[in-house]
Each structure stands twice: as structure tokens, then as C-alpha cells.
Design a protein. Structure first.
Length: 267
């Protein structure tokens, strides 16, 4: 079989992969749609829902809102969070593990902190992430929803095809195997350059155009109401929570102002 014949066979095989992957994508999409139709009957934890729909940081904010509404923490005017007398006297803790972990973190530190610092504390993050992973496992079909093996196969196909083509074109020539090591090294370098110039952009194009798996569980979680504590906060409490969640020290703010002026931001 000549090089041209092998090239045409490889090209035809690569082109045939995409219709097959398209059919598999369609079958999986219909199965996902059927499974999503029953999500209304599933009891989804509000913290899990808000973390899935937006980001884990939204679960942090919801936890702080519950503690604030329950009177277990207060946010001072300087945006620092401290445990209230009520929480100190009764050792009370919320029933949900996420706000309970946040309150335990603040108590463990023994001094007030900003919310942004508490959210990033390693002990709290481990507990929050463990809770979210456990909740993911309660909805098995959607626990691995970010994995899209069909899209990966579509992305890898042009990479493999172009690499195989250049290897065949370069190394099927007899001179590469009869004139020592240097021609082999030069041929390998030539293959790599050609593959990077054509194969990588082609794979990028396929990755951009190929339809991604629709995360119907995330879409369902976006339609669910926010945790009750967030909805019950007053405008002032909401503002304090937001400012403490983005709190920065005076030193950091001064450094930012100096950098802004040094880069031409000042008049």
C-alpha cells in the first residue's frame, strides 16, 4: 500500500469517527434529558444546589448569612466577623454542616476575622468540600457531570490523525533508517513542528465547535430558590456580608493605590 493510500484510509477513518461520536452525543443527550425530568422529585440540599449552580463560594456566603441571621456572629463596622455572646454562652451551632463548620472555624481561631479569610481557611474548606462531594454522590448520574468523554474523543481524533500522517510521510522514507541517528532526530523534529503547526490548531477548532454536554443538573439547581437565610437578610446585613467577603487590609489597599499611580492611573 502506498503512502497516498494509507493517508486516504486514515483520513476516511478519522472522518467516520465524527458521525459515530455525533450519534453517541445525541443518545446521551436524550438520556440526560429523561433523567433530568425526574429531578423535581429529588431532595437537593440548598447549599449543594447553590454551590452547583454558581460556585462553592456561594455556599460560603449562604453559611455566613445563616449564622448572621441566627445571631451567632456579628459583622462589625470595620467588616470583621466575631462570635456573639449568645454563641459563646450556649455553644450553639446550626444543624447544617456547612455553617457549623464555618462557626467552628471562627471559634477555633479565638479572635475575629474577615469572612474572606474564614472562607479560605484550609480546615473549613476541607469540611465544605467533603460535604459537597457527599451530596454529589446522592445524585449518581450527575456526580460526574463535568466529564465529557465524547468531547475528549472528538478533540483527540485530529491530533492522532495529523501525528500519524506526518510520521508516515517522514519515516517511511528509506534514508531515515540507513544514514545514522541524525536523520532520525531531524525527522522527529520535523514531525513535531508540522504536528504543532497543523494538528494543534485543527484540534482547537474541533474543541471550539463540538457541542459540549449540557449540564442539566446545574440548570435545574439554578432554578431552585436561594437558601432561606440569604433571602431573609436585610439590605444592611447583605451589604455588610458582601463587604466582609471582599475585605482587604489597609496595607493591601494602600499598595493597590500606589501601583495604580505608578502605572499612570493618577492625574
Amino acid at each position: 500500500m502506498s503512502q497516498m493510500d494509507m493517508f486516504l484510509v486514515a483520513l476516511a477513518s478519522s472522518c467516520a469517527v465524527f458521525p459515530v461520536l455525533g450519534v453517541l452525543w445525541w443518545i446521551r443527550d436524550r438520556a440526560d434529558r429523561a433523567a433530568a425530568a425526574g429531578l423535581d422529585a429529588v431532595d437537593i440540599d440548598p447549599y449543594h444546589a447553590v454551590a452547583t449552580a454558581w460556585a462553592p463560594s456561594r455556599a460560603d456566603e449562604a453559611a455566613a448569612a445563616e449564622l448572621l441571621l441566627a445571631g451567632l456572629i456579628r459583622i462589625r463596622d470595620d467588616e470583621i466577623v466575631e462570635v456573639t455572646d449568645r454563641a459563646e454562652e450556649s455553644a450553639a451551632a446550626p444543624g447544617h454542616p456547612v455553617p457549623a463548620a464555618l462557626l467552628a472555624t471562627l471559634r477555633r481561631q479565638g479572635e475575629p476575622h474577615s469572612l474572606i479569610w474564614l472562607f479560605s481557611e484550609s480546615g473549613y474548606k476541607r469540611q465544605r468540600d467533603a460535604f459537597l462531594r457527599a451530596e454529589d454522590l446522592k445524585v449518581p448520574r450527575w456526580s460526574l457531570r463535568t466529564r465529557d468523554s465524547i468531547a475528549r474523543a472528538a478533540f483527540v481524533t485530529p491530533l492522532l490523525f495529523t501525528l500519524w500522517t506526518y510520521v508516515q510521510v517522514v519515516f517511511l522514507r528509506q534514508e531515515y533508517w540507513t544514514n545514522g541517528v541524525e536523520p532520525i532526530v531531524a525527522g522527529a523534529w520535523c514531525c513535531l513542528v508540522l504536528w504543532a503547526v497543523t494538528g494543534v490548531p485543527l484540534a482547537w477548532l474541533v474543541g471550539r465547535c463540538w457541542p459540549r454536554r449540557r449540564d442539566r443538573f446545574e440548570a435545574h439547581c439554578r432554578r431552585l430558590p436561594a437558601p432561606p437565610a440569604e433571602r431573609a437578610l436585610s439590605t444592611e446585613e447583605r451589604d455588610l456580608l458582601d463587604r466582609s467577603g471582599t475585605w482587604r487590609s489597609a496595607y493591601d489597599r494602600a499598595r493597590d493605590e500606589e501601583t495604580w499611580v505608578d502605572h499612570g492611573g493618577g492625574f
